[in-house]
Design a protein around this ligand. Structure first.
Ligand code: PMP
Ligand code: GLN
Length: 379
C-alpha cells in the first residue's frame, strides 16, 4: 500500500515491552507503574459500573469531572477554566495531542518540536500534512535555547509543542522559560500545545510551571494532562485538554469524531476521587521523589552515570563506561544479557543523537527497583 507514514514503524514502547516479556526481564522501559491505583478509586469505578454508568458519556466529558478539573486548576495554577467551554475529557493524553494537532495544524504549516520528543507528536504532524521543525535540547540539562527558538520561527510556524516535566530527560521548566516562550510567540498567531502529563511529579520543592499560570500563554495554549500518570492507571486511558473556548471548540470538532467520548465509569470515579482526596496529587511529588532517591542510591555504585532528574518518573543513565555501542543495540543487549528492559533515546529524535544514554522508569515497587539495580550493578 502507499503509506502516509513512511518513517513510522512500531513504537519503541511496544517493541521494548514485547522484548521484556520474551526475555522475562524486569521492565523499566515503557513508562507505567507496577503498582495499582488507590483502592478507593478502583472501588469507585466498580461502583460506577454497578450504578449504570455504562453507556456513552457526554462527548466533552462528565460535568462533575470537568468541574473538579476546573477546581484543581484554580487551586494549583490560579486560573479557573470554564468547565462547559474550556475543558474536554479525552481518552488519554495521546488522543488529546492528536486532536489538538489535527484540529489546528494545516497542510504546509510548521510545528516546533524539541528533541528528544515524545514519539506521538511527529506522526500527528505528518498526518496533518505539516512539517515538524526539530530543535535540540542538549544533555545534561536539556534546557531550551530560546535564541534558537526565535530564529526558527517563520510565517508558517503554527504551533510549538512544549513538554514539562520532560519525557525522557526529567528536565522541568522555570518561570523564566514561560516568560521566554511568551515573548517568543507575542505578536504571532502561534498556538502552544503544552504536554503537561507529569504536572504533579516535580521534585525538590520546585513548582510545576504550567502555561496556565501565565495569562498571556493560557490565552493561546492547549494544555494536556493524563490521569494515567497521576493515579497510577495508564491502562484506563483518561486525560483532558484545557484551552480557551475558541481553541476548545476547534479541538472538540475533532475529538467528537475520533472517539466521541471517553470510558464512562472511570470519569465518574475520577470526579468522586478528585473531590474526596486532593491529597493524592498533592502527595505525588514526595511519593515519587522517594522512589527517585532510592533508585539513584541503588545505582550509585554501578558503572552507569546518572543524569539529574527534576521531574517525571524517568532516570537517564550514560552507559559509555560499559559498552561502546549505540543506544538501540545497548538496550537489546541489556534486555537479553542483564534481564532489564530500558528505552533507547534515538526514537525520540529526528536524527540519531549519537549519545550513550538510555531511559529507565522508576515508577516501580521497591522490590522491582532493588532487583533491577542489582542486575545493573553487575555490568
Ligand atoms: N505525553 C507524554 C510526554 C507521555 O510520557 C505520555 C505517556 N507516556 C503521554 C503523552 C500519553 O499519555 P496517555 O497515556 O494518557 O495517553
Ligand atoms: N508514555 C509512555 C512512555 O514514555 C509510554 C506510552 C506508550 O506506550 N505509548 O514510556
Amino acid at each position: 500500500v502507499s503509506t502516509k507514514l513512511p518513517k513510522v514503524g512500531t513504537t519503541v514502547f511496544s517493541v521494548m515491552s514485547r522484548l521484556a516479556q520474551e526475555h522475562r526481564a524486569l521492565n523499566l522501559g515503557q513508562g507505567f507503574p507496577d503498582f495499582d491505583p488507590p483502592e478507593p478509586l478502583r472501588e469507585a469505578v466498580s461502583r460506577a459500573m454497578a450504578a449504570g454508568c455504562n453507556q456513552y458519556a457526554p462527548g466533552i466529558g462528565l460535568a462533575p469531572l470537568r468541574e473538579e478539573i476546573a477546581r484543581k486548576t484554580a487551586r494549583l495554577y490560579g486560573r479557573t477554566p470554564d468547565p462547559e467551554r474550556e475543558i474536554t475529557v479525552t481518552s488519554g493524553a495521546t488522543e488529546a495531542l492528536f486532536c489538538a494537532i489535527a484540529a489546528l495544524v494545516r497542510a504546509g504549516d510548521e510545528v516546533i518540536v524539541f528533541d528528544p520528543a515524545y514519539d506521538s507528536y511527529e506522526p500527528a504532524i505528518e498526518l496533518a500534512g505539516a512539517q515538524a521543525v526539530h530543535l535540540p535540547l542538549d544533555p545534561p540539562a536539556f534546557g531550551v535555547d530560546w535564541t534558537r527558538v526565535r530564529a526558527a520561527i517563520t510565517p508558517r510556524t503554527r504551533m510549538i509543542i512544549t513538554n514539562s516535566p520532560h519525557n525522557p530527560s526529567g528536565a522541568v521548566w522555570s518561570a523564566a522559560d514561560l516568560e521566554a516562550l511568551a515573548e517568543t510567540v507575542r505578536d504571532t498567531d502561534i498556538v502552544v500545545l503544552a504536554d503537561e502529563v507529569y504536572e504533579h511529579i516535580v521534585y525538590d520543592g520546585a513548582l510545576h510551571q504550567s502555561v496556565l499560570r501565565h495569562p498571556e500563554l493560557a490565552a493561546r495554549s492547549i494544555v494536556i494532562s493524563s490521569f494515567g500518570k497521576t493515579y497510577h492507571c495508564t491502562g484506563w486511558k483518561v486525560g483532558y485538554a484545557v484551552a480557551p473556548a475558541a481553541l476548545s471548540a476547534e479541538f472538540r470538532k475533532v475529538h467528537q469524531y475520533v472517539t466521541f467520548c471517553t470510558f464512562h465509569p472511570a470519569q465518574a470515579a475520577f470526579a468522586e476521587f478528585l473531590a474526596a482526596a486532593p491529597e493524592h496529587y498533592l502527595g505525588l511529588p514526595a511519593f515519587y521523589q522517594a522512589r527517585r532517591d532510592r533508585f539513584r542510591a541503588l545505582l550509585a555504585p554501578s558503572r552507569f552515570k546518572l543524569l539529574p532528574v527534576a521531574g517525571g518518573y524517568f532516570q537517564l543513565v550514560d552507559y559509555a563506561a560499559i559498552r561502546d555501542v549505540d543506544d538501540v543495540a545497548f538496550c537489546e543487549w541489556l534486555v537479553r544479557e542483564a534481564g532489564v528492559a530500558a528505552i533507547p533515546l534515538t526514537p525520540f529524535y529526528a536524527q540519531a543523537p549519537g549519545t550513550r544514554l538510555i531511559r529507565l522508569c522508576f515508577a516501580k515497587s521497591d522490590a522491582t527497583l532493588e532487583a533491577a539495580a542489582e542486575r545493573l550493578r553487575r555490568l
